[in-house]
Structures are given as structure tokens and as C-alpha cells.
Ligand binder design. Structure first.
Ligand code: HEC
Ligand code: HEC
Length: 642
């Protein structure tokens, strides 16, 4: 049991907003401040603390809560808490924590002229001295690797070693910063943060997006053209609605969300990448370490839910319409072909079902080495033999066959087989009747296709065990590894149905296949487009999902920025989804600059000042600036912009 819930449940009704007796108990500051009688907690000394005397009801007058008494355990928890110094548990430290956490504070000057002077002062204070400078060649290689990720060529090295002018080093740095490889190297770091990949794009896709490179190239260009960081951030979140910019030119930036993280991950990526905060930890409970209430997660989630991902065409409307119209033609041709084959296939399996008794008897004879007189299809018989080798099925309709004794007289086998045939034919007929009824329900009429045909709403289907029987015999879905074919015993599909068809039908299948192939071939190439994000049709707040469970909605979470990053209440976003306001809020907060400066530092010097580059929360690991300095002395100049 922890302290906060005990206090919240028993004392907040009167000692939070209401502050009865002049006492608030909802932050450490408030607890330490005390009430109208002065201090109520003496850290380390429970027996001297008014609060403990009140709850233990050992105080002559004051008995809390006034209308009852806490349990022995609850009192013990509070007593231990005071004994331990009355630290305030993280989950509720909210405002107080936010106000004091270093990463949330405004940026301030070190008071030094340059980073060098700042660091040297720190070194001196620690009684340390900087290492000697790296030699010219070593430094050059470092700069190459840092800026373009590749070593210098021998010719580059020679030229640089021979250059004895005073600003040789600065010229080298500037030349590399200006080279296209700089953007490729540094863009890649960013693309990793954006979870970008131009090949495999997640578990639910196996074909790469043909236009994903537009985002990749935009990022590279942004680094090469030194796009201001605020524009860089805002474009990736809200290029479509950024005022005073060329929205078309910036649109590829939206690949950040359109190509990368989807669903809930958008909150995670946005807050970790730009703010170094793990807001996604607040999806199911208030953040356990940082002052981020669950509600904040849903406030941001609401912004993304109010936006939609789409393909923004880079072609005129006529091209786009023509493409869509042709895609529909392809679908139609495929539909014609599939429907024709499916019907023939269903008819075939139904007629084969009417020979079930003969196949079963023949299977029996095969299994018992008896002579075979009946003329049956060899392939279908082989399928039966294989299918009946293993009596374990998802249904038990074939039990009478499996129960036959090895020495059962043939007449007995025939009788069981005939009964089974009757049942199996019945199942097939029932299945066909349902299909017909479903077909009509879906708006089908004598082969005339309507849009609703492919929707599966409220359709009848066989009782589940009968379905398994039908599936094993006549559906394409049935697959066992003992046979080298896909589908049930009586199933023949597009690939292998031809030998069961007369010439007319074969010709028809061939014709439909040709139409389909030709339509596909004639398709215009997909027009170029940008993976983009736009405002949703109905921007709306969403509700908190209690403990992360969407089926258990809680209070509404207004779309607004993180509460811990404001001194007062965050105002609700007013425009559309709120994406632009979110982007503005992010970039306006010093955290955004801190996080990016740290990333640049980390990628130049191997370690960030904050080692957890995507977590600037209380569990983030802040490092001492000196260790970086000592290793990389001269290279620091790049970051310092000198
Ligand atoms: C139903 C309202 C109510 C609840 C619940 C309640 N209190 Fe109080 N509390 C008061 C009132 C009213 C006073 C002022 C009473 C007085 O001075 O006689 C007070 C006074 C106090 C004081 C003394 C403050 C001072 O400076 O004089 C302490 C300590 C205190 N409460 C602790 C608690 C704790 C701890 C809890 C929860 C376990 C709690 N109270 C629950 C109403 C409540
Ligand atoms: C999908 C839901 C979900 C997400 C997301 C989630 N947690 Fe939890 N977490 C739980 C549940 C459920 C518990 C156990 C019950 C509780 O304490 O509320 C728990 C418990 C914890 C505890 C133990 C708390 C205690 O009081 O003992 C910590 C610490 C914790 N989570 C941290 C995190 C961090 C850090 C993240 C983000 C990286 C995170 N959680 C994300 C569901 C989640």
C-alpha cells in the first residue's frame, strides 16, 4: 500500500481544493506548509506530527477523518512515511515536480562567453586539465566521420596536411558541412528516430511504398539546406496547415507520421523524438516517474485521431480519376473470373459429393487390399485415402466409418458409406441454399454484380461442425501437409479444374483470364503522390481509456498540450485537429531545443550530455559535461559553431 492513495481517498475531499483547517495535502510543499496550527508533519518524527496524532486519534481534540477512523494498516503506512522523511510519491508530484525538474526550466546562459570558457571553468573547479589537442591528421579523420560518415581520401588528406593557413580547419569543416553527404549522414540519424524504412514497412505490409523516398529526401535536403529547426519540427507535424509557408513544398515532411509510427505509437514517437518524454507510459496509468497524468496521453491521442493519413496526389484530377477507374476495371475482371470458377467448382464438388459412398467403399478396399472394380477418378480417390488416414478431425461425422471393425463385412461398409453420403450431400445442398440466399441479400441478381456483394453482413452460415466437414471436403481453405494440393478432397479451383470441364467452359475460363490479364497490363502507372496527413472530417476529443482499456471509457480529454509543460492550465486547442497548435507548443518549449542540441552532441561525441537522448524525464540519465569534453576537445568547436 502506498501513501498517496490513502491520503487521496480519505483526506482529499476536505484537504485538497477545500483546504479545511487551512490545510492542503495534495503536494509535498502543501504538506510541509501545514495548516492553521502550523506544521502538521515533523519529518522523521511521527509521534510529534499533528497529522499522525490526528489520524491515530491520539490527539485530545483533533480526530481525522472526522467521520471515522483509518484502518490500522493505513495508519501504519502514514506513520512510516513520516518516519522516512515524508517524501512525496512521484505519481502525484505533478505541479511541484514539473516546476522543479531541470529539463522543464527555461534555458539560461552559463554566463560564459563560449563553451570553451564554460568547460574550462568546470575543469578547473574539478582540479582537472584538458587533454592535449589531437594531431592534425587524427582530427581531420574525426571530422570526416562525424560529418559525412566516411574517411577522407588520400588526396583529401594530402591537401589538408599541406594547407598551413590559419583557417584550414574551419575551411575543412565548412566544406564538409556543405557537401551533400552531410545531409545523407545526418538525415539517416533522423530517419531512424522517425522509424523510417524504405523497404520493409511493418508487419502488415510486404511491398515497399513506392513514394516513401520523398520523405527521406526531404529530410536529407532539410539538413543540407540548414532548414531552421522550428520549421523542420513543425513541418513534420503540420506542413498542411502551417501559415505563411509553401505547404506543397513542405508536405513530404509529413511522412514522419504517414510512413512511420501508426496508431498509439504516434504519441510515443512525437513526444520521445521532439520532447524526450515517454508520454506513452501514461496510456494505462499516470506516468510512474514523470508528472504526466493519463489524461495527457489521451489529449495528444485526440489530436492524432482527429487527423488522417492519405495519399496526396502529385497529378491532376483527370489522371487520378482515370487511375481509379482503371483499378476498378481490374477488380471487376478479377471478380468475373473468380465468380465463374467458384460456381463451376461448387457444382463439381456437389456432384462429387453424390459419389461419396462409392469413394468411401473404394477407400476401404484400398486400405484392406481388396480388389477394386468401381471406375472412379484416381486423384479424388487418392485424396480420400490420404484424408482418412488420420481419424482426428475438427468434426466427428466420419466416426461411423472409423468405427468399422477391420473384418466388417462389405455390406456393412456399404451401409455406413451410404448413410454418410446422404448426410454429406445434405450439407452441400444446405450450403448452396445459404449461398444463394446470401447472394440475394447482398443485392446479387442473376450474376449482376453490385457493390455490396463483397460485404459480409448478417450472412447465414452452416453450423460450425458441419462447416468443418464441408471445409475439409469442398473448400479451398482446407490445407493439410500430407497432400501436395491446397483445398479439400473434392475441391478444384482455377489451377486444376480444367480437366473436369467441357470445351465451352474451358474456353470461357480462358477468355476471362485473358480479359483480366489484359486489363491489368493496360493499367496506367500509379501517379506520383506524397504520403501525407490532413485534418480529419470531424475533429473531436476522445475519452480516457481507463487502464488502457478502450472498452472502459473515462472522462473526456480535451485536445491540448502536456500539463507538466505549462505553469497554469493548458488551454484547449481551438483549430481543427490541433496539430498546428501542438507543433507550435512543442517548439515553443525549451525542452525541444534541449533535446535536439543533446542529440547533435550525442551523435558528434558518442554520448549525450543526457545519455538517454529520448528520455529527459526523471529517469533520464544526465551526464557531466566534462567527460565528453576531455575525450573530444577540439571537435567541440563544431557544436559551438566556431
Ligand atoms: C470531512 C472533511 C475532512 C476529512 C475527510 C479530513 N479532514 Fe482533516 N480537517 C477537517 C477540518 C474541518 C479541519 C479543521 C478542524 C479543526 O481545526 O477543528 C481539519 C483539520 C485537520 C488537521 C489540522 C490542521 C491544522 O493545522 O489545524 C490535520 C492535521 C488534518 N485535518 C488531517 C487530516 C488527514 C490526514 C485526513 C485524512 C486521513 C483528514 N484530515 C481528513 C476536515 C476533514
Ligand atoms: C498497456 C498498459 C500499460 C502501459 C502502456 C504501461 N504500463 Fe506500467 N503498468 C501497467 C499495469 C496494468 C500495471 C500494474 C497496475 C498499476 O500499478 O496500475 C503497471 C505497473 C507499472 C509499474 C509498477 C508500479 C507500482 O506502483 O509498483 C511501473 C513502474 C510501470 N508500470 C511503469 C511503466 C512505464 C515506465 C511505462 C512506459 C514505458 C509503462 N508502465 C507503460 C500497464 C501499463
Amino acid at each position: 500500500m502506498s501513501v498517496r492513495p490513502v491520503i487521496a481517498k480519505n483526506c482529499y475531499p476536505c484537504h485538497s481544493q477545500a483546504g479545511m483547517g487551512g490545510l492542503k495535502l495534495d503536494s509535498r510543499e502543501a504538506v510541509m506548509k501545514g495548516g492553521k496550527s502550523g506544521a502538521v508533519v515533523v519529518a522523521g518524527k511521527p509521534e510529534e506530527s499533528l497529522l499522525i496524532q490526528a489520524v491515530a486519534q491520539t490527539h485530545a481534540r483533533l480526530k481525522m477523518p472526522p467521520n471515522g477512523k483509518l484502518s490500522v494498516d493505513e495508519i501504519a503506512v502514514l506513520r512510516e512515511w513520516v518516519r522516512g522523511g515524508a517524501m512525496w510519491p512521484a505519481a502525484n508530484a505533478g505541479a511541484t515536480q514539473a516546476a522543479s525538474h531541470w529539463a522543464f526550466l527555461p534555458l539560461k546562459s552559463s554566463g560564459e562567453e563560449s563553451i570553451d570558457a564554460f568547460v574550462e571553468k568546470g575543469l578547473a573547479a574539478a582540479g582537472l586539465k584538458a587533454n592535449a589537442e589531437a594531431d592534425k591528421r587524427t582530427l581531420m579523420r574525426r571530422v570526416y566521420f562525424d560529418l559525412i560518415g566516411m574517411p577522407p581520401t588520400p588526396a583529401d588528406t594530402d591537401a589538408y596536411m599541406k594547407d598551413s593557413t590559419k583557417d584550414a580547419y574551419a575551411k575543412l569543416v565548412n566544406r564538409l558541412l556543405a557537401s551533400p553527404q552531410y545531409g545523407e549522414r545526418w538525415g539517416r540519424y533522423w530517419l531512424d528516430l522517425a522509424r523510417y524504412s524504405d523497404g520493409q514497412l511493418g508487419a502488415n505490409r510486404d511491398t515497399p511504398f513506392a513514394n516513401s523516398w520523398r520523405y527521406r529526401d526531404w529530410v536529407i535536403e532539410a539538413f543540407n539546406h540548414d532548414l531552421p529547426y522550428d520549421v523542420f519540427v513543425k513541418a513534420q507535424l503540420a506542413a498542411d496547415v502551417m501559415p505563411g509557408t509553401d505547404n506543397e513544398k513542405l508536405r513530404p515532411a509529413m511522412g514522419f507520421h504517414a510512413l512511420g509510427p501508426q496508431g498509439d505509437d504516434r504519441v510515443d514517437a512525437t513526444t520521445r523524438v521532439f520532447l524526450g518524454l515517454t508520454v506513452a507510459c501514461a496510456q494505462c496509468h499516470d506516468h510512474k516517474f514523470d508528472p504526466i497524468p493519463t489524461k495527457d496521453f489521451y489529449s495528444l491521442q485526440g489530436v492524432f485521431r482527429s487527423s488522417e493519413i492519405y495519399q496526396h496526389p502529385l497529378a491532376d484530377a483527370a489522371t487520378v480519376d482515370a487511375f481509379a477507374a482503371h483499378q476498378k476495371k481490374i477488380e471487376d475482371a478479377k471478380y468475373e473470373l473468380d465468380t465463374f470458377v467458384q460456381r463451376r467448382s461448387a457444382e463439381l464438388s456437389e456432384s462429387l459429393a453424390r459419389k461419396t459412398a462409392r469413394y468411401l467403399v473404394a477407400t476401404w478396399k484400398t486400405a484392406h487390399g481388396l480388389p477394386q472394380e468401381d471406375k472412379l477418378d484416381a486423384e479424388v480417390l487418392t485424396r480420400w485415402v490420404e484424408y482418412l488416414k488420420d481419424p482426428r478431425k475438427d468434426h466427428d461425422f466420419l466416426k461411423p466409418y472409423f468405427d468399422l471393425k477391420p473384418d466388417a463385412p462389405l455390406a456393412e461398409v456399404q451401409r455406413v458409406a451410404a448413410e454418410l453420403e446422404k448426410f454429406i450431400v445434405g450439407v452441400h445442398e444446405e450450403r448452396r441454399r445459404m449461398e444463394d440466399r446470401n447472394y440475394v441479400k447482398m443485392g446479387g441478381e442473376k450474376g449482376v454484380r453490385t457493390e455490396s456483394i463483397r460485404q459480409y453482413t448478417n450472412l447465414e452460415s452452416l453450423e460450425i461442425h458441419q462447416y468443418y466437414l464441408w471445409r475439409d471436403l469442398s473448400s479451398e481453405a482446407y490445407k493439410k501437409d500430407f497432400l501436395d494440393f491446397k483445398g479439400g478432397v473434392y475441391f478444384y479451383g482455377e489451377k486444376n479444374i480444367a480437366r473436369w470441364m467441357g470445351q465451352e467452359w474451358r474456353d470461357e475460363v480462358k477468355r476471362l483470364q485473358e480479359v483480366y490479364a489484359a486489363t491489368k497490363k493496360a493499367a496506367p502507372a500509379q501517379y506520383p503522390f506524397v504520403h501525407a496527413v490532413r485534418e480529419g472530417k470531424k475533429p473531436a476529443n476522445i475519452r480516457v481509456a481507463i487502464r488502457g482499456d478502450a472498452k472502459n471509457p473515462g472522462e473526456e480529454a480535451p485536445r491540448r498540450f502536456l500539463s507538466c509543460l505549462a505553469s497554469g492550465e493548458q488551454p484547449a486547442f481551438k483549430n481543427g485537429s490541433g496539430r498546428l497548435e501542438l507543433a507550435d507548443s512543442i517548439i515553443a518549449h525549451p525542452l525541444a531545443a534541449r533535446v535536439m542540441a543533446n542529440r547533435i552532441w550525442q551523435l558528434h561525441f558518442g554520448q549525450g550530455l543526457v545519455r538517454t537522448a529520448s528520455n529527459f524525464g526523471r529517469l533520464g540519465m544526465r551526464r557531466h559535461i566534462l567527460s565528453c569534453w576531455i575525450i573530444w576537445r577540439r571537435s567541440l568547436l563544431i557544436v559551438a559553431g566556431q
